[in-house]
Design a protein around this ligand. Sequence first.
Ligand SMILES: [Mn+2]
Length: 334
Amino acid sequence: MINWTDIHNAIESADTIVITTHIMPDGDGLGSSVAMYHHLKEANKDCRIFIASELPEEYEFLNKGNIIHCYTPGTDDAWIQNADLAVIFDVGDFMRMKTIGELLSAKNIPMLNIDHHPIQKNSPFTINVVETSVAATGELVYDYLNLFQKNPITVQMWEGLYTAVLTDTGSFAYSNTSIKCHQIAIESLKAGVDISKIHQGVYQSRPLEKMKLFSKVIDNVELDCNGELAWFSIDEKMVASVGAERKHVDGFTDMVRAINGVEVAVMIFENENSCRVNFRSKGKYIVNSIALKLGGGGHQLACGAVVKGSLDNVIQKVLELTKAEIASQNGSER
Ligand SMILES: [Mn+2]
């Protein structure tokens, strides 16, 4: 059971609060942050949302009043390091806070971690509120607001909560979708959230360069394991050739998983001396066992790792492990 009173006390006793989420932020991390931001503002807290990478275009609708700050080295350091508390959403791994995490831990700022990813070993957080059974971190924020938001939850808060559950359930479609997720949707509608506008923001605001890059991805998808494994790699040249940016690869692994017959999709994305590897499964195979072997982590069906080495080496390593895992999970079924 989550001890919300202790968490509330930690928030109550803080005057200035940093709110943050992981790099390449998604709808859950941003939606949770925005909902909590508006709650804390109403409670007269001096709080700011900082993210350690750019805000993806599709979530611009959450940034009314420019409340989401993309961390600027130097300029933002003092504010972050003078905060009384940091509230961190959906991060999975402390390392995914990048410089913001380093700044906070250098000054021993208490860190409240609210998440639905399994806790990593040696996690440096002060307080952990981790519930891996929920579909989205936003559900935990919903619980918190139900307990401690004095006035009715506002439309802006609902927009954050709705976006969180919408995106982490694949539009209320994945097996993690619960009654509570739909409850949040019902209450968001009752409060007047324009859900069609949110869907347009999230799913129909893709930059053309992103779609051009995706067409290259589709051209290069390789199928293996009798069509159950689809994998693709992206290098810097591919990104540059269509004028796209690194952030645009977000969501590609989900899109490739959508291919008929594919059970597992894997992206291997070149990044200087390492590669970012993403795994997505439809449910037949559990894939975070592979991510763990590569030093990463995440959910059973959606996870990733950063693997050192050249693109070719990482591809080889990842494919070996993935094929072995699929074979072994098939074997144990028989
Ligand atoms: Mn999440």
